[in-house]
Design a protein around this ligand. Structure first.
Ligand code: PXL
Length: 272
């Protein structure tokens, strides 16, 4: 129970994954398990399971605008985390609404594809770059997304850093390039912030239970920033949180399974 201070409210703006591994369900689970209160703005209903995305039903800009207005009218939002933003109109509605929400932190996960390959945001990436990067506290592309955003071929640490710096020149205060999908045995991420460059390295966990790790990482960072952690500490802690979530994944589904968002909570065991 929190006493003496208000629980930070995190607004997750993204798609609905009915299997619960990615999108706003993953966001809400993550921020809840890290001691924050999550509210969510739905941008698209995706039809998917752990095997892949079968279809998408994008919401209108008005639906997105109205959800944000209802929340903004009632809550003080500490941090906004964005994921799947499938249309330019939705990005515009969100960018305009942000000036009323006035979050202290904006974490932009520039989602392009689902783990299984489905294109979730290809057509709106220009708008995300133009309208959200300039007001972002942090942008969190994986190597593939960073390559698509910058046109830089990413093969090693040096090219990751170059792409990160390029994204910083697009207006983001800080950029985290996640190299977990790259070939090496280490999961190396590169953070570029106002202090310079920080390399974060951890052993790669070989697992097919990686569905929604990008959503989870960005949401964990948003929750930790809103809880008062400095950026570098928030990123380090979020990386450890995601690694433990993959390690303790429940092993559900037949494709890319979900991670365990609640690994830090006590296991009280099953009765009977
Ligand atoms: O992890 C990217 C992502 C974001 N948002 C939604 C998704 C996915 C991947 O499947 O389904 C809704």
């Amino acid at each position: 129970m929190l006493t003496g201070r208000k629980i930070p409210v995190i607004m997750a703006v993204g798609g609905f994954d009915p299997s619960g591994g990615a999108g706003i369900l993953a966001d809400i689970k993550t921020v809840s398990s890290l001691g924050c209160y999550g509210v969510a703005v739905l941008t698209s209903v995706t039809i998917q399971n752990t095997r892949g995305v079968l279809d998408v039903h994008h919401q209108s800009a008005k639906t997105v605008r109205d959800q944000i207005a209802a929340l903004e009218d009632d809550f003080q939002v500490s941090a906004v985390k964005t994921g799947m933003l499938p249309t330019e109109e939705i990005v515009d509605a969100l960018a305009t609404a942000l000036s009323a929400v006035e979050p202290r932190f904006l974490v932009v996960d520039p989602v392009l594809n689902a783990s299984a390959g489905f294109d979730l945001a290809g057509i709106s990436m220009k708008a995300i770059i133009g309208r959200l990067f300039p007001v972002a506290s942090l942008v969190t592309p994986n190597a593939n997304e960073a390559a698509r955003i910058t046109g830089i071929t990413i093969v090693d640490r040096e090219s990751m850093e170059r792409a990160g710096r390029e994204i910083q020149t697009m207006g983001a205060q800080a950029v985290l390039i996640k190299g977990g999908d790259m070939g090496s045995e280490e999961a190396v991420d590169i953070l570029i912030d106002s202090k310079g460059v920080l390399e974060l390295s951890g052993p790669k966990i070989h697992s097919s239970n990686t569905h929604g790790t990008g959503c989870t990482m960005a949401s964990a960072i948003a929750a930790l920033l809103a809880s008062g952690r400095p950026l570098r500490e928030a990123v380090r802690m979020a990386k450890a949180y995601v690694a433990a979530a993959i390690r303790t994944a429940p092993g559900l589904g037949h494709g890319y399974g979900p991670v365990n968002h609640f690994h830090a909570m006590a296991d009280h065991g099953a009765e009977g």
